[in-house]
Write a protein that binds this ligand. Structure first.
Ligand code: HPA
Length: 272
């Protein structure tokens, strides 16, 4: 595994033109616009990287974008890899390990999510303070390479506490409401039933989505700091009338993306 990761990382590094980002940002459904803010960007489509997985979902473009955001070098993943696309969970570990090999030590993950709380409606922003892995799988399953991370990673500070305090301060300063909550991951691709949303409320979930958790597990395994932000695109099934749709998810994510972009940009600006 290590050899493969190193050669893919070398191939990416060769195209970064001397940029050395330490922060990576994974952009969720409808949130790709953050990448447009990146200056002096080099864009590397996933398909041009040997052995890199491809993203197949509409609203997810499929490119690495490296450049400057708020004066800091960042590496954006515009397009992520979902289990429902048929990717093996270990694919996500490979991608995160490639980031680690490139020198990434911090990860910001963004996603679109459904709300389990009637008071947290579409258009809200939620800081993920913890997660529940309800996906039925784990990206670290299989042999562990101790050189890349521990067999049994500790998850007690998976969403780095001081990064969470920092983003709350920034939200306050900007007059933005930032909810705080637990994100529960399902594998998807179907939206939940009303009974599932009720069950997830009982389990302690504030939001539900189909991504993020594998990336965070792998980032923690790699010793990275993590910040997770959800854009709430809809109330969970049963908490509103009408049906759920991906089109609505994309439309709401785009609407709320201005707030998210401002928050993430401010956060990046203040990082050392
Ligand atoms: N459920 C799961 N994933 C989602 C939802 C939802 O309601 N909305 C956006 N992503």
């Amino acid at each position: 595994m290590t050899e493969n990761i190193t050669s893919t990382a070398d191939q990416i590094r060769a195209r970064l033109g001397g940029r050395h980002p330490r922060l990576a940002i994974i952009l969720g459904s409808g949130l790709g616009a953050l990448a447009d803010r990146i200056e002096n960007a080099v864009i590397i489509p996933y398909r041009e990287i040997d052995g890199f997985p491809q993203s197949t979902v509409s609203g997810h473009k499929g490119a690495l974008i490296c450049g400057t955001l708020a004066g800091k070098e960042v590496l954006c993943l515009q397009g992520r890899f979902h289990l429902y696309e048929g990717h093996h969970p270990s694919v996500i570990n490979r991608v995160i390990k490639i980031l680690a090999a490139l020198g990434i030590t911090g990860l910001i993950v963004t996603n679109a999510a459904g709300s389990c709380r009637p008071d947290m409606g579409a258009g809200s922003l939620m800081l993920i303070n913890d997660h529940i892995n309800f996906s039925g799988s784990n990206p670290l399953t299989g042999p562990n390479d101790e050189a890349l991370g521990p067999r049994f990673p500790d998850m007690s500070d998976a969403y780095t506490a001081d990064w969470r305090s920092r983003i709350h301060r920034l939200a306050n300063r900007n007059g933005l409401t930032l909810f705080n909550g637990t994100y529960l991951m399902v594998s998807g691709p179907n939206f939940e039933t009303a009974a599932e949303i009720r069950a997830f409320q009982t389990l302690g979930a504030d939001a539900v989505g189909m991504s993020t958790v594998p990336e965070v597990i792998c980032a923690v395994h790699s010793g990275m700091k993590v910040l997770g932000l959800s854009v709430i695109t809809n109330l969970g099934t049963g908490l509103k009338s009408g049906v759920q749709s991906h089109a609505e998810t994309l439309a709401q994510a785009e609407k709320a993306s201005a707030d998210l972009i401002r928050l993430v940009t401010d956060f990046v600006k203040e990082l050392n």
